[in-house]
Design a binder for this molecule. Sequence first.
Ligand SMILES: Cc1cc2nc3c(=O)[nH]c(=O)nc-3n(C[C@H](O)[C@H](O)[C@H](O)COP(=O)(O)OP(=O)(O)OC[C@H]3O[C@@H](n4cnc5c(N)ncnc54)[C@H](O)[C@@H]3O)c2cc1C
Length: 413
Amino acid sequence: MEAKIIILGGGPSGLSTALHLTKIAPHLTHRILILEKEHYPRFKLCAGGLVIDAEIILERLGLDVREVPHVDAQIAHFDFAGKGLKVRAPKRPAIRVIRRDEFDHWLAKKAEDRGIEIRQGVTVKKVNPDEDGVSVETDQGEFRAEIVVGADGSNGITRRCIFPNEPVYTARVLEVITQDYSVIARNEAIPNTNEEIASGWVSKRARRSLALLDQHPRNDVAVFDFFPVPNNIAGYTWDFPTQIGGQPMRCWGIYDTNLLAGYKRPALKEPLAEEMKRHGFDLADYEIKGNPIRWYSPQNKASVPRVLLVGDAVGADPLFGEGISIALGYGATAAQEIAEAFQRNEFSFRRYKRRLVRSGLGQTLVARWLITHIIYPLKWKWFQILFWRMLKPIVLLGAWGFVLNWSKRNFPL
Ligand SMILES: Cc1cc2nc3c(=O)[nH]c(=O)nc-3n(C[C@H](O)[C@H](O)[C@H](O)COP(=O)(O)OP(=O)(O)OC[C@H]3O[C@@H](n4cnc5c(N)ncnc54)[C@H](O)[C@@H]3O)c2cc1C
């Protein structure tokens, strides 16, 4: 099949590229083909935390993410060992938490509603650009395109085909889904034996955890805790509210940029187990899943003639491993580059990386890369305490100026 634009991967970056193209170059809509190896709704390991920029980008596309099942975390805590900063977003929750199977399926349907063709269950095996176009080998035959967008994630084949020898910066990440605090507390309160039932028994521990729940309702709070940094884990543990099938749940995890990989480090699950234990959960009771995240470095390459990369294929945020809003942002910048390339009938994509770096997205990525190289290597406990607990106004100003709100600055559309 011959399409003008083949997008490899139907995650947020690929779908955002297609949706932005339909907005700025509607005449190209019917020449876009997305190839996705899975079938929606497909599982994607991700905590699903959406920051304000993701919502702003979707709103500009006329999309309301509240249509997707979600849980709102009104406050985000950035802590060191349980104490630190509280962040709220004006007029919105600090973080809206979705499940990726539902979110990506919803976004794919929106793209299809706008006339974009998505072929599901097609795995791309090889990408070969030449002077006149690009051949895409898949498990279902060969496709030919004028240009290709590699939106196939951290381990994507596109990047491996066009930059086989480039260095890769990846973070290690583990994730665990558990019941909600209230379920744990209530389960503990259930009497087990006939005597306990007859006497209306409620265990001391259960009473304690129910009382704790009243005092500290973490249900609408997302927590990032940087206590593992002095132990050479250049990252944090997280604890987000979430839902599965409408049931309240928690999503826990640990993120490590690997920046302190040269030092002695504990196994990644040890600090995660420690944090969960502090809140009454035993990691051993749950299934742990892991996946690398490829993160952005100014050295990362983003295009060759006729092929450009978006999303994790270029690099997610190194500071937190936040990649959904970033992926949506890449889509907007790539769409503008593609629309102009078709106007000029010139597909070198030589200026794509410069365009990325000058955009609000590129500026936040560079800023986050710099901050990552300051706050993690300065790993001493005293510095981490100073940073997360005492420098509140400076950290909040920095966060608002460089980390969040980037979609309002120098956005391509
Ligand atoms: C444990 C974990 C937790 C995370 N938590 C958060 C969070 O809370 N908030 C946040 O913003 N980010 C989070 N991230 C990062 C976020 O998941 C990614 O940055 C984001 O998914 C990147 O989007 P993408 O479209 O570039 O890639 P992906 O979402 O990975 O999409 C790539 C798509 O390409 C398809 N594909 C891959 N290979 C092929 C092939 N050969 N042929 C055809 N199709 C292919 C895949 O099936 C997939 O649909 C987390 C990541 C991990 C691992």
